[in-house]
Design a protein around this ligand. Structure first.
Ligand code: UD1
Length: 342
């Protein structure tokens, strides 16, 4: 085990934050979990408790609130901050962009302010492949340019990365890693934590599992007339536990990075179409998914998957779990929480 770290983990009651909390604790690190419950409740915190066999250290609070952060940072000492807390619904960001700019930018700026004041120098940022917009070259590597984002949500991720670039230039001791996620899917193999969308899911896999469970009558595939082998869009679906483990490695190795601001694509390196995913789900679980072909969803990237080579080379990280693992784990979780879905 590497040196255990004291970590502030924001957005801990959310999907990726909760999985990362488990991986960090199981590796002997000491995360303090925070969440304001604005887009979640304590369901995943209870799941974490069951997995690790103890109550995780948790404080409810909003990282946009400087007074809350001041109190937190003056009472606890941190080596690093892993910042997941953000809004992530593409559609909601289009209808309420100010809410997205206010939340996603302010929370990061206030955290960086607190880190500067209390001399905390390691920051891991939850970024997204959405920063690349419609990429020209696939697989996408970290040198791909930021194209115009498809939504205000995507713009907040680009702006956060820009802010980080400016801040590391002025604060020599600060070290930053931005992790650009492709499509996180699946759930913890215990079935105790997973994705818990509020209301009707926007993302594909929760929609698939809720339809399979009979909570939604039909899944709509958004377009089968794209320029891809089966006409549906292509994505890089990465198991959330693999993704969580990348955060553990990043926080352990942040001091060894050649520069004080690095970005890594986190994906499997394999493109899978929407129709292929439905087919794999049916094969992996033996459950049929009722679906129809609908029109294209505006703002969708046609085809994208990661070149995860930089993460492999510099972090020594690569995915270990398959899409079948993701889908059977997502299904196990769905069956457990169907009564909670609306
Ligand atoms: C989107 C965002 C991504 C964000 C992620 C998390 C973009 C381009 N991507 O990913 O940045 O991190 O959401 O919220 O903004 N699909 C269907 N039927 C459905 C749902 C989805 O066919 O009911 C299709 C979509 O058209 C898409 C694929 O499934 O082709 C994946 O969609 P989704 O799960 O929403 O993820 P992204 O759009 O890739």
């Amino acid at each position: 085990m590497k040196q255990p770290k004291k970590i502030l983990l924001t957005g801990a009651a959310g999907y990726i934050g909760a999985h990362t909390a488990v991986e960090l604790i199981q590796k002997g690190h000491d995360p303090l979990l925070i969440d304001d419950f604005s887009k979640s409740d304590d369901t995943l915190l209870k799941g974490i408790e069951k997995i690790i066999g103890a109550k995780p250290n948790f404080i409810q609070g909003d990282c946009k609130d400087p007074a809350f952060l001041e109190k937190l940072f003056s009472q606890k000492k941190f080596d690093s901050v892993i910042h997941f807390a953000a809004y992530k619904s593409v559609g909601e960001s289009v209808s309420d962009p100010l809410m997205y700019y206010n939340n996603n930018l302010r929370s990061m700026v206030e955290l960086l302010n607190a880190m500067k004041k209390f001399k905390v120098f390691e920051f891991i940022f939850s970024s997204s492949c959405t920063v690349y917009g419609q990429p020209d070259v696939i697989p996408v590597n970290e040198n791909a340019p930021f194209k115009k984002a498809e939504s205000p949500y995507g713009t907040t991720k680009q702006m956060c990365e820009q802010i980080l670039e400016d801040v590391v230039r002025s604060e020599k001791e600060l070290r930053v890693i931005s992790l650009r996620y492709f499509n996180p899917v699946g759930a913890h193999p215990s079935g105790l934590i997973g994705e818990l969308p509020i209301g009707v899911p926007n993302n594909l896999v929760p929609y698939v599992t809720q339809t399979a469970a009979g909570l939604r009558p039909k899944l709509t595939v958004f377009g089968n007339d794209y320029d891809t082998p089966d006409g549906s869009c292509i994505r890089d679906f990465i198991h959330v536990v693999d993704l969580a483990q990348a955060h553990v490695v990043a926080v352990e190795k942040i001091k060894n990075m050649p520069s004080n601001n690095e970005a890594f694509n986190l994906g499997t390196g394999e493109g899978v179409s929407v129709l292929e995913l439905i087919n794999k789900f049916e094969k992996a679980t033996g459950v049929k998914v009722n679906f129809e072909i609908g029109s294209r969803r505006s703002g969708d990237v046609v085809k994208t998957y990661a070149d995860p080579g930089k993460a492999k080379k510099m972090l020594g990280w690569q995915t270990k779990l398959s899409l079948e693992d993701s889908l059977t784990d997502a299904w196990r979780w769905q069956k457990r929480v169907s009564h909670l879905s609306i």
